[in-house]
Design a protein around this ligand. Sequence first.
Ligand code: APR
Length: 233
Amino acid sequence: MPDYHSIVILTGAGISAESGLATFRGPGGLWEGHRVEDVCTPQALARNPALVHRFYDERRAKLAEVEPNPAHRALARLEREWAGELLLVTQNVDDLHERGGCGQVLHMHGELNSALCASCGAARPWQGSLPPGSLCPVCGAPALRPDIVFFGEMPYQMDRIDAALRKCDLFVSIGTSGAVYPAAGFVQTARYVGAETLELNLDPSAGSIYFHESRMGPAGELVPEWVEELLCS
Ligand code: APR
């Protein structure tokens, strides 16, 4: 295995599937039971805040019933034991990376356990249900909403992600279908700067052809194997 200095890892819903959280696409996926336009756009929030808040309340409640799996724990091990630079970017809004032991996680699509003030932009940790009209503790406006990046909104910390991608020598994508940009384009940025690219997923993603190597299987098996391989090389 080459001597890497800077790794960027992108995770998606597939890494949390074995913990019992539904993925978005495919049979039984969240977007089978709900239309994106009804629960995951700024227009949906304006039109029917009760429905949007309830959707995320249910998902926040579900989080309390699940535990991190071996894939989350393996990435925490990598963070602890690997001496090079590492940026873990997740599209997931769950907190399973953190509960699995990761200290530094960039949630580009927001977090279920956070509330965002639509008036002043302040974000604060949030547990339990978040009724529409909840008061912002910073500005007092009745404007707290789920801190989720809706379709049509800008993902968080894109500058930081882009900078890390532009200097990485290994990019690893785990458990994501590659259906949603900008995350789906990270592999191409990494390729552009000459990084090695590896995909670990149950099925080939939409961008599978862009990866130097694709390993297909459950994240709970593939990720611990890959981390062991990297740390012991
Ligand atoms: N191990 C590895 N991969 C798995 C597993 C598993 N046990 N189970 C499912 N997968 C894979 C699927 O094959 C699929 O390619 O995980 C991927 C999940 O894809 P999506 O449901 O599309 O989830 P994701 O890629 O994270 O979605 C991206 O879309 O709706 C938005 O904002 C939402 O962040 C989300 C974004």
